[in-house]
Design a binder for this molecule. Sequence first.
Ligand code: NAD
Ligand code: MLT
Length: 525
Amino acid sequence: MPKVLVSDKLAKEGIEILKQAAEVDINVGLTEDELCEIIGDYDALVVRSGTQVTAKVLQAAKKLQIVGRAGVGVDNVDVPVATERGVIVVNSPGGNTIAAAEHTVAMLLALSRNIPQAYVSMRAKEWNRSKFTGNEVYKKTLGVLGLGKIGQEVAKRCRSFGMKVIAYDPFITEDAAGPGIELVDFEDCIKRSDYLTLHLPKNKDTLGLIGAKEFEMMKDHVRIINVARGGIIDNDALIAAVKSGKCAGAAIDVFETEPPDFSNELFDLANVITTPHLGASTEEAQTNVAIDVAEQIVDVFAGRSARSAVNMPALSPEVLAAVQPYLPLAQRMAALAVGVMEGRCHKVEVKFLGELAKTESGPVTRAVLAGVLGPMVAESVNLVNAPVVAKSRGIEVVESRNPDFDDYVSLLTVTVTTDKGSTQVSGTLFEGREMRIVQLAGFPMDFVPEGVVLISDHSDEPGVIGSVGTLLGNEGINIGGMYVGRKAARDKAIMILSVDNDVPDAVMSKLAELPAINTVKQVHL
Ligand code: NAD
Ligand code: MLT
């Protein structure tokens, strides 16, 4: 059974799903070194935002197939290193959207009406109504930076308060923004807003996005809410803006390091209200994200694709269902091409014909690359890291498609080019599921690519097939199936033999020495 390490708190519903397919260990609060010491035993790791899945952790994770991030932001996972190492990273893109949006709105109202400050004052047995007079949000302008899932839900709720909503998001269209939201540029957004709310991922473009210069451009008495990530607002600039009165108040849920350094001046400012990264902390959201990542881990263990992988192309369930059966075919076709080819590979071409040309092809090309590269490189190559490994080896990858093709409903053709020439394989799925190779190295054929196969290239003359059969029989190797392809009688021919066991090197040498056999290769599919 595969082993899963859960290193941050995860809802029990997720643990139960994982336990159906794996042995699950829960070990929360590990340091990086402690995690490095034990991670080598695990096939999957589940984290929230507490665990830092660093390059060092990933290097130590010898068996790791998948990291499940029970939440949205994957800034605590070194995704490029995970990708290089073929570790799939999945998250739960929508499981906590509503929780984070509701928390943002709660922070916005609490900030406007000084609710936390008034509560603290009453706990001190004070009755001070005038001190906590606030502002209405009605008719105020809300600027949303990052109009993705959470930003849109916040916008919707704030419009119902009668706020004017403007938003900056360079990756979203007017149509996707939804009604009543004015898309503006960054400067316009920060200049016009009475309230500014952040819903961006943390990355090199957004780190420090709001600094002293940006506060300077804002309206006097702007209020700012950050339920996205610490570091997107520069902490010193925020403190300065609040102290000068430029910023009337800030509501902050997220910090550059968590837990934060409480000696920081931010925590002494009366009009800064804070929560300890509670955006996603509702029972509903935690159940959603736990189930979401657990199901994906179980899918990956079962050889299925993960629906929300961040280092694989995102596919809709329909597209995934259409391409999934082609993945093993693609990988086996590539392994056959590599088995037959001579020389150093520098180009892989993948051609999609018929119905297959009409669907998303990324995962199929990745499967081809994994099949080509698997036997060539020492590291393990899979759908996640295949493009990175191909690039690092200088292998050119070319995809082409032709939907107007009548010979088969769908046909996949892989051509591997080396310094010695090109090898082409074509394959299809009969009735959408039975794998068939229909052409290999220019020879038409029809065989099922599975198990151990011997591929020989010989001259088409009487007795060759018999001599191969006799030799294998004498060595106790059973032949399960045979296909012979030739272009014309007495011309060059190709023979594919499915055998029940591995053929030892000594027997391979004897086969190669048979008269009329030019080459013979063994391929494991
Ligand atoms: P999302 O991917 O749906 O939305 C992010 C949006 O930001 C996208 O529309 C994207 O186009 C936009 N964007 C990216 N870079 C940008 C840039 N440089 N300038 C402007 N827009 C940019 O993600 P989401 O689910 O809405 O979550 C947003 C972020 O909120 C997450 O990345 C996560 O860090 C954070 N989050 C925090 C909590 C919490 O508990 N506080 C909970 C959930 C999510
Ligand atoms: C997220 O990115 O999903 C949030 O930070 C919430 C969390 O990690 O709990």
